[in-house]
Design a protein around this ligand. Structure first.
Ligand SMILES: O=C(O)Cc1cc(O)ccc1O
Ligand SMILES: [Fe+2]
Length: 554
């Protein structure tokens, strides 16, 4: 059941000092803590950094509320225990594995499950107690939180809804966050999440002891990537009615505690400061990329970064793979094969990710830890090579993938490793990658490009299927150069052995000019991948032949 969630009003900016009042005059103007605050409110500070953090990084807000947040009964462990939240990653909570991991999207639970109960940790590193590290969680829920607010004492949440909107009431006001948007819920803020669309699913990165910043732009200049003004911050909103039995659920060291109070924690009538929740619409991201050759490192797509204490090394980057033009020439356009000293957790909000033709589904996830090799699957590799040198600019549409990338090596929670959604065959997506090596491949671009004076000739019209190699037909083609109908030039005779993958996209192309008759032979053998009759070569059609594993026998 889809309920409209009215868009609240927002303030705009990232890292600003904001002010908001739901009642005119409720915000003290000349000082933070007057003896008597306007409207009889209590002043309360929430610090997001130590008091002495340098001004440039210091974050705090002042909340003016009907009753201070301390007005509650003692905390007790929440029962039954939440079994799947972790904030300290060690041998007793999680394990280390270099294996490439991928998960299918989880089903939405059938039993009533709110955001708190639907949240579960996948992996992480470090500890919320030592204020260094992170946790990556996912959630699947179907029910709004009711009569309770969540407060995370451990770290900041960056939530990425993939299915269903989150209608979030915070102490600073309301945010409605749709799939395709992200939300930051800083450490210590109380919030309650309604699910106006019912079934909801998404990802959460939690960082300990740090906050997200906009990345420096370096040589990009003053504009580009995520713009500060596209971040939206709530405006003050409060509820006054008494609320007996209201529960604060506090995550503290990965454990949940509850405390009762008789009023809503959303009783902040006015506030000001730079420590605030905010949301960001990922479609506003202004991507930069290569415009000539090669594939840029994904750091160019950093939306937000949480630094470590080493310059240029992130505790956790939030990196986006959004719709854009791919224009690089003479370039393998998908992500390169790589091993990274950083660790990469990926999620897909919608569409298809450019490195995975199959198996990486919206709502699913993958984890490639420190130095674990990964890259495009076989299908993606073959399809990219099949496009060949003359690839036109391509518009990537309808896709939104992201990466949480960290310097700290994640340990994985047992339920994530034992999950029925774990894709046990993930490694298979690379197993089909075959050798294209040829020591005789003399052309500088790795393909043999024979100009228009070559024709396929042989006793058997040039083609002979001699045997198979690993279930792939090996086709023998005799090629002789000829010059405008004159007899073949004896010295340049060559015989190629081509390995063809049936209908699968070929990896390399041999370009030659053929008569229509020879062409028909190739078509009937089903090895033609692409035939082009360019307008400027009226004489003969061009035939692109797969040239994987070519051996030239002279
Ligand atoms: O592994 C991935 O798919 C993420 C990624 C994308 C890219 O374009 C380059 C490097 C990289 O790690
Ligand atoms: Fe990667």
């Amino acid at each position: 059941m889809e309920k409209p969630a009215a868009e609240p009003e927002y303030l705009s900016g990232f890292g600003n000092h904001f002010s908001s009042e739901a009642v005119k005059g409720a915000l003290p103007l000349d000082q933070n803590s007057p003896l008597a605050c306007p409207c009889g409110l209590y002043a309360e500070q929430i610090s997001g950094t130590s008091f002495t953090t340098p001004r440039k990084f210091n974050q705090r807000s002042w909340l003016y509320r009907i009753k201070p947040s301390v007005t509650h009964e003692p905390f007790h462990p929440r029962l039954p225990r939440h079994e799947r939240l972790v904030s300290e990653f060690n041998e007793s909570t999680s394990s280390a594995t270099p294996t490439q991991l991928r998960w299918k999207p989880v089903d939405i639970p059938e039993s009533p499950t709110d955001f708190i109960d639907g949240l579960y940790t996948i992996c992480g590193a470090g500890s919320s107690f030592t204020r260094h590290g992170y946790a990556i969680h996912m959630y699947a829920a179907n029910k709004s939180m009711s009569g309770c607010a969540f407060c995370n004492a451990d770290g900041d949440f960056l939530a990425v809804p993939q299915k269903g909107r989150l209608s979030i009431t915070t102490e600073c006001g309301k945010l409605v966050v749709s799939p395709g948007e992200i939300v930051i819920l800083p450490q210590g803020f109380r919030f309650s999440i309604d699910l106006p669309d019912g079934p909801s699913r998404g990802y959460v990165a939690e960082i300990f002891g740090e906050h997200f910043h906009l990345p420096d732009l370096g040589p990009i200049g003053a504009n580009g990537l995520a713009a500060a003004r596209d971040f939206l911050v709530p405006t003050a909103w409060f509820e006054q009615a008494s609320h007996p039995g209201y529960t604060i659920v506090q995550k503290f060291g990965g454990e949940l505690f509850t405390a009762k109070q008789d009023f809503s924690p959303f009783n902040v009538v006015a506030w000001h400061g730079n420590y605030v929740p905010c949301k960001y619409d990922l479609s506003k991201f202004c991507p930069f990329n290569t415009v000539l050759i090669d594939h840029g490192d994904p750091s160019i797509n950093t939306v937000l970064t949480a630094p470590s204490n080493k310059p240029g090394v992130a505790l956790l980057d939030f990196v986006l793979f959004s719709p854009r033009w791919l224009v690089a020439e003479h370039t393998f356009r998908p992500p390169y094969y790589h091993r990274n000293c950083m660790s990469e957790f990926m999620g897909l909000i919608y569409g298809i990710y450019e490195a995975k033709a199959d198996g990486f589904l919206p709502g699913g996830a993958s984890l490639h830890s420190c130095m674990t090799p990964h890259g495009p699957d076989t299908k993606t590799y073959e399809a990219s090579i099949a496009v060949g040198e003359n690839s036109e600019p391509v518009r990537l549409r309808g896709t939104m993938a992201f990466m949480f990338e960290s310097n700290l090596i994640p340990r994985v929670c047992p339920w994530a490793l034992d999950s029925p959604y774990l894709d046990a065959n993930y490694y298979q997506c690379w197993i089909g990658l075959r050798s294209h090596f040829s020591s005789n491949n003399r052309s500088e671009n790795g393909s043999l490009d024979v100009p228009g004076t070559t024709q396929v000739l042989s006793e058997e019209q040039g083609i002979e299927c001699t045997h198979t190699w690993r279930h792939v037909p090996v086709i023998r083609i005799r090629i002789r150069d000829f010059h405008h109908g004159r007899p073949p030039h004896a010295r340049t005779r060559a015989e190629l052995v081509l390995r063809c993958l049936g209908r699968a996209p070929p990896n390399r192309y041999f370009l030659c000019h053929l008569s229509d008759e020879t062409l028909k032979q190739f078509v009937s053998l089903d090895i033609i991948q692409k035939v082009v009759r360019p307008g400027n070569t009226p004489m003969m059609p061009r035939l692109y032949l797969p040239l994987g594993g070519t051996k030239i026998i002279t």
